[in-house]
Design a protein around this ligand. Structure first.
Ligand code: NAG
Ligand code: NAG
Ligand code: NAG
Ligand code: NAG
Ligand code: NAG
Ligand code: NAG
Ligand code: NAG
Length: 508
């Protein structure tokens, strides 16, 4: 990793009154019954229509996006995977003769997403600008007027993306199809039959054009959340009905959001604390996935969240674009990792209010690294390069805090603590919490890397481990802003002060 010259502390953090929990928290010396966390847990999903904005093309690659993805790879040794899909994938039509990479048609110019996407062969240049990334490529399941369309788009994808194609995806959130993409009486069985037939068409077209083993699919890409889905569709029923009887699926994929951007909206700051900066709520949100993964374990496929982010419908300003969202992302990711979820593809789109970065200037907003990216950096740092990282939760008592122990194989190597109490940056005194961990006696000191910003409501000036990844400094490359600290461990007692609205990674 490249660092520019350290600059002096520009944002000193004044920590004042806080509460001390006097009891010490025991940390297990080894991780029982946990499975290794994949190094690319922290991955990305990009809205199909905006993929060229994120990646650029051959003549104008997007170096900023490349740098930000590369930073994650430097930390874990494995490049994040990138899924190209989302709602716009089911509105995208491939035209082999189109010169422009992409033509977007909006119903209203201010809409978050186009209603129609026409793309041509040069769209696929964007798969070769980001380095050694593996992609999950979305195919349109909605269009049902032409089998040729489906075949051509799949064939072009396999020939153009080549060995960087990890998997296909056929259809996005098709649990919303009844009454939207299909007649209101479109049933789960109708879906099973349609997907089985179309996936077979994709497979045979791809095998003709790209001989060798067929990459396979991630599926079914449903978002089964009661606050946005009113069908009775379940993943368990889906597989009981003979979904993917030919076993073309290589990874199970479901989507997750913590809430939805839909009126009536509560005040953003209130919802930030209640919904995102809330460990109990994070546990509840992931519980349904953990249960489903257990129910589907007989399929013997990795369970992933192939598209997720904080608040559905592209997020909410003041809630998902602020630093508190980064703290949500850290706690959510670690809880998911503890419970065996294999990949988290955080969804991105141009001007989206939960995006980890704005890739190009648009709607008056310059390219910017956003707070959620720093959460991703912290999680990648916590996982690190070990091929045998294991994570165990350390239970704490409040909704607004969490802690994790991280092991390299059997060896305790790191601790993470989050303090999820909201803190408004205009307030003078920043409260904190103090933790005392009891760790095995051989440890003498720990390196302290903080994820911190001026407050949970801050839009910028965020650092992790004293490093900024802002666009303005060095196009997203790491720039050391202030020094990290060490803390001494006395007789196995590690004491750490964590300011409200911040998190620490302690490396033993
Ligand atoms: C490549 O990107 C540049 C800058 O956005 C654009 O002007 C050019 O038309 C693009 N090339 C293709 C083939 O789309
Ligand atoms: C899609 O098209 C196929 C072939 O024309 C047809 O058999 C099928 O019923 C159609 N499905 C839907 C849901 O319209
Ligand atoms: C579903 O609705 C369509 C009209 O939208 C109708 O033609 C069809 O018969 C219905 N199918 C079933 C199984 O009820
Ligand atoms: C698919 O996998 C199931 C369970 O592992 C197996 O019983 C079935 O024979 C497989 N089907 C095919 C077509 O390979
Ligand atoms: C956190 O979420 C839980 C469950 O949704 C809720 O009961 C609790 O009140 C929330 N806590 C805060 C601090 O908002
Ligand atoms: C932070 O506090 C200031 C001063 O009390 C207030 O005006 C502002 O709205 C608060 N910001 C948030 C995001 O709550
Ligand atoms: C408090 C603080 O350090 N604010 C800085 C945040 O970053 C902007 C530039 O992005 C600086 O102008 C501020 O001084």
């Amino acid at each position: 990793m490249f660092f520019s010259l350290p600059v002096l502390l520009s944002t000193a953090i004044f920590i004042t009154s806080g509460q001390c929990s006097s009891h010490t928290i025991p940390v297990r010396s080894s991780p029982k019954n946990s499975s290794p966390v994949p190094n690319d847990l922290q991955s990305i999903s990009i809205e199909f229509s905006y993929f060229p904005d994120y990646s650029g093309n051959k003549s104008r690659p997007n170096e900023f996006s490349k740098n930000l993805l590369h930073n994650l790879e430097s930390l874990t040794g494995v490049a994040p995977k990138v899924r190209v899909g989302g709602t716009s994938q089911d509105h995208a039509t491939y035209f082999p003769d189109q010169e422009e990479n992409v033509k977007l048609f909006y119903q209203n110019p201010t809409d978050d997403q186009p209603i129609q996407i026409n793309y041509g062969p040069t769209f696929f240049e964007s798969y070769h600008t980001l380095g050694e990334i593996k992609f999950l490529h979305g195919l349109n399941m909605n269009q049902n007027s032409s089998i040729q369309q489906l075949q051509d788009s799949a064939t072009e994808a396999c020939t153009s993306i080549g060995p960087q194609l990890h998997l296909f995806e056929l259809g996005n959130e098709f649990n919303f199809a009844p009454g939207k993409y299909r007649a209101a009486n479109y049933s789960l069985l109708d879906y099973v039959e349609e997907w089985n037939s179309k996936s077979a068409i994709v497979k045979s077209a791809v095998q003709k054009a790209c001989p060798g083993s067929f990459p396979g699919f991630m599926a079914p890409s449903f978002v089964l959340l009661d606050f946005i889905d009113d069908t009775a569709w379940t993943a368990e029923d889906l597989y009981n009905l003979g979904y993917d009887k030919d076993n073309l699926t290589k990874e199970l994929c479901f989507h997750n959001y913590m809430g939805v951007n839909e009126p009536p909206l509560p005040p953003a700051q209130l919802d930030l604390q209640r919904t995102l900066m809330n460990h109990t709520n994070i546990i509840q949100s992931l519980a349904q996935h953990i249960k489903r993964a257990e129910n589907l374990a007989y399929l013997d496929l990795p369970y992933t969240l192939g598209e997720l982010n904080s608040i559905a419908n592209q997020g909410v300003n003041g809630e998902t674009n602020v630093f508190g969202d980064a703290l949500w992302l850290v706690d959510f990711s670690l809880w998911a990792a503890v419970h065996g979820i294999k990949r988290l593809q955080f969804h991105q789109g141009l001007n989206y209010r939960y995006a980890s970065w704005q890739p190009i200037e648009s709607k008056g907003l310059p390219p910017t690294t956003r707070p959620p990216y720093y959460g991703q950096i912290m999680v990648a740092s916590a996982i690190g390069q070990s091929k045998d990282t294991r994570i165990v939760n350390i239970p704490l008592s409040e909704d607004t805090e969490s802690a994790y122990a991280i092991y390299n194989g059997d060896q305790l190597s790191k601790l993470v603590v989050t303090n999820l109490r909201a803190f408004n940056q205009t307030t003078l005194d920043r409260p904190h919490r103090e933790y005392k961990f009891h760790v095995p006696a051989q440890y003498r000191s720990a390196r302290v890397e903080s994820l911190i910003g001026p407050g949970s409501d801050a839009l910028d000036n965020i650092t992790f481990g004293g490093i900024s990844y802002d666009h303005a400094l060095n196009e997203g490359r790491p720039v050391q802003q202030h020094a990290n600290e060490e803390t001494r461990i006395k007789n196995g007692l590690l004491t750490i002060v964590v300011p409200d609205s911040s998190a620490v990674l302690l490396t033993l």
